[in-house]
Design a binder for this molecule. Structure first.
Ligand SMILES: C[S@@+](CC[C@H](N)C(=O)[O-])C[C@H]1O[C@@H](n2cnc3c(N)ncnc32)[C@H](O)[C@@H]1O
Length: 281
């Protein structure tokens, strides 16, 4: 397969953009169908299955490894809010299985139902694709497929439902680590942060992604108009960001925190939050 890719690459470069896109999409569709029929994990571009930014992975890994050192021999319990088709779930799961085989569990909370705002559905093509995959059930089906073929399903608990309904039913002071990556609209992020807080043990880590810009860093308020969108271009800086995440984290912390390609992490210490990425260095 790699040999064929190598031979075709110089020709592919010369193709017009739309044709190149069509061929790429066709290749991804075939890879997805092949994975479904051959018990393989799939996290390619079809159905926007690929959600993890490669630049963020090393900080995610360092953060969880550091936390693993802190907890020593206790079983490790991770909460994930927003799992989509499982790329982040299986990133955590495979790492935990390598480091502390069988002494971990992951709880996934996801509704796998449409959640995009009407403004986003009008404008954002990636959001439209994701919404369609939620609507026709393909995202959930691919999550279940990935779960089955991962061989780790006995350690992964799936809670299907809206996070504001599921999180209050989970046990307080239970989790060592909570990864918040559900809806990025302000009210939802705020609610996920609030409901996850009591679920974490003292010294537990609250983390998430998509914190590209911080209102406190910019020295300006997140405008109400921006909050209708999951993701948009900041008018002054030109940086793409998630206004709901920026506002919710800004309110929680009241000062800028460290973020690595959008990944952020806080440690719960005596009812306060400490910026875990900055004390990590
Ligand atoms: C950005 S995706 C998660 C990506 C995933 N963490 C990854 O890296 O592969 C957001 C997910 O949040 C879920 N979601 C959105 N709003 C939700 C809500 N109120 N309750 C539960 N899940 C929600 C969506 O169904 C979607 O699967």
């Amino acid at each position: 397969m790699n040999k064929i890719k190598h031979i075709l690459r110089p020709y592919a470069k010369r193709l017009p953009g739309p044709l190149k896109q069509f061929l790429w999409n066709s290749k991804e569709l075939l890879t997805y169908l092949y994975a479904l029929n051959n018990e393989q994990l799939y996290f390619g571009t079809h159905l926007c299955a690929n959600q993890l930014h490669p630049r963020r992975i090393s900080d995610m890994e360092q953060t969880i490894l550091r936390k693993l050192e802190e907890i020593k021999n206790r079983p490790f319990r991770l909460l994930e809010v927003g799992s989509w088709v499982g790329q982040s779930t299986f990133f955590w799961a495979q790492l935990l299985q390598r480091k502390i085989p069988d002494k971990w569990e992951i709880h996934c909370v996801d509704a796998w139902t449409s959640y995009a705002s009407t403004d986003d559905l009008k404008n954002e093509s990636r959001i439209k694709h994701m919404d369609k995959a939620l609507h026709n059930g393909r995202a959930y089906k691919l999550f279940l497929h990935n779960l089955k073929v991962s061989g780790l399903s006995d350690k992964i608990v799936v809670h299907r439902g809206r996070s504001e309904n599921i999180l209050p039913t989970l046990t307080n002071n239970y989790f060592d680590f909570a990864y918040i990556d559900g809806s990025h609209y302000y009210q939802d992020v705020k609610s996920d942060l609030a409901y996850s807080t009591p679920l974490l043990r003292e010294d537990g880590i609250l983390c998430g992604d998509d914190l590209e810009l911080q209102s406190l860093e910019l020295g300006e308020q997140i405008q109400a108009e921006w909050l209708k969108f999951d993701y948009l271009k900041h008018p002054k800086t030109g940086v793409y960001f998630h206004p709901g995440v920026s506002k919710a984290i800004g309110e929680l912390m009241q000062h800028p925190i460290s973020a690595s390609s959008g990944f952020w992490a806080l440690k719960k210490m005596q009812s306060n939050w400490v910026d875990y990425l900055s004390i990590n260095k």
